[in-house]
Each structure stands twice: as structure tokens, then as C-alpha cells.
Write a protein that binds this ligand. Structure first.
Ligand code: ZN
Ligand code: FE
Length: 233
């Protein structure tokens, strides 16, 4: 079983999430998207954990800037996309679309998701029903196109839409609040209440299920590339 602890980084600025992952069966642990070292170290000390791996969704500074300090402190190995190997400093293990990575006994499947960047990957733990989406999918919105095309992003989102509805997804930033006002319908109302009550307690709005997201996120609602392109303006 995978225990997942979100760690808010760069609060009130970029509101990144790093995630502490622990395979409870073996004790193996990792930090996914170590945005900055300080809050990650604080959480690791609180839980008495020395992470074995530093997992990366994409090369942007706000997803990797803690890596080198954490690598030095814990001797953790940096794991990211082969396509990003030149842009992720001191990367140790590179993975391609469809590859599997084991955190202890917890199996992750790598899903390539070009769009926000070229080389962006999703970390999918099918048995754990957990998906880490980096800057591809946020609650109620998606990441901007820094390197990829509208078609590539559309393609990446279709891959997410094909995953089961009961998978929980964990985004790279806390941006939920920007989309809650435009929610409508019964599922939208439930989504809004869940998100706002968690945010008011200082917690992440998520994780939401992909099922909820497929209904509430306008970018997942688009039924054709043309419709999606219109939405992207
Ligand atoms: Zn990014
Ligand atoms: Fe980011």
C-alpha cells in the first residue's frame, strides 16, 4: 500500500505540491517533484523518513529545484523521463513511455504526456489507484503549452481520460480555487463543497477522482480536438 503525503511548496507564490510516497509494505520511499528542499526535509523529519528516490514529472525548476540538496542529504536517486535526461541535473535513472518503476512493491507505470513540455511524464500506480499529473492536469484546469502543441496536449489528456474513474489524481500545483466558481450541476456542486471545505482547513483541495474530474474539468469535457482547440483560444 502506498501512503501519499502532499507537501505544499512555494506557498502564496506558485503553490507547488511535492509528494512524499511510502510503500508501507517495504518501507521504500520517494519524493515526487521536489520543488524545494526545506519543506520536504521538514516533512521527512516529521515522519522519520529518508527518501530513496526523487521522482520527476518534468524539468521545470519549480518541480526539481530541491533535488540536488535532497540527493546530497539522503543519497536518493533521481528518476525522470529519458526525453528530459539532458535537462534534469544529476539524473540517475531514465524511463520511457510504458516503462515500469517499482517503489518497493508499489508499481508505477510511466505514461508520456507531451504538451506542457516535451518529455513530461505521468506517474501512474494502477494498483494503488493513484496518478501524479505534474503540470499536465490540475483540478479544473490544465497546464499551459510551454513546448508542445494543442494536438499533443489533447492526446495526453485522452490518455488520462482512458484511465479508470476511481483513480485519485495528484496535481503539481494547487490551482483548484480558480475553477470552482464555474462549476455547475450535481457533481459540480459536490466537487465545489469538497474542495472548499478542504481548502478552508488549509488542506489540498484534492485528491479528486478522475471520474469527478472528467465531469467537472472543461478541458476533459471537450469531445473533439476542434472543441479543445477552441477552449485553448
Ligand atoms: Zn511546469
Ligand atoms: Fe509547475
Amino acid at each position: 500500500m502506498l501512503k501519499i503525503t502532499p507537501i505544499l511548496c512555494r506557498p502564496h507564490e506558485m503553490d507547488n505540491y511535492a509528494y512524499l510516497l511510502q510503500d508501507l509494505e517495504t518501507g521504500a520511499s520517494a519524493i515526487l517533484d521536489a520543488s524545494e528542499a526545506e519543506p520536504v526535509v521538514a516533512e521527512c523529519e516529521k515522519q522519520n523518513i529518508k527518501p530513496d528516490f526523487l521522482l520527476v514529472t518534468h524539468h521545470h525548476f519549480d518541480h526539481v529545484e530541491g533535488n540536488l540538496a535532497l540527493k546530497e542529504k539522503y543519497g536518493a536517486k533521481i528518476v525522470g523521463a529519458k526525453a528530459d535526461a539532458e535537462r534534469i541535473a544529476e539524473i540517475d535513472i531514465t524511463l520511457c513511455d510504458g516503462d515500469e518503476f517499482f517503489l518497493g512493491k508499489a508499481k508505477a507505470k510511466i505514461i508520456s504526456a507531451d504538451g506542457h513540455t516535451i518529455g513530461h511524464i505521468l506517474w501512474y500506480f494502477p494498483e494503488e489507484k493513484a496518478l501524479f499529473t505534474g503540470d499536465t492536469l490540475f483540478n479544473l484546469c490544465i497546464g499551459g503549452l510551454f513546448e508542445g502543441t494543442i494536438e499533443q496536449m489533447w492526446h495526453s489528456l485522452q490518455k488520462i481520460k482512458e484511465l479508470p474513474d476511481d483513480v485519485l489524481f495528484y496535481p503539481g500545483h494547487e490551482y483548484t480555487i480558480y475553477g470552482v466558481r464555474s462549476l455547475c450541476g450535481e457533481t459540480g456542486e459536490k466537487y465545489r463543497q469538497k474542495a472548499l471545505s478542504r481548502l478552508q482547513k488549509g488542506l489540498p483541495a484534492g485528491p479528486m477522482t478522475l471520474g469527478e474530474e472528467k465531469i467537472c474539468n472543461p478541458y476533459l469535457q471537450a469531445e473533439s480536438l476542434e472543441e479543445f482547440a477552441q477552449l485553448m483560444g
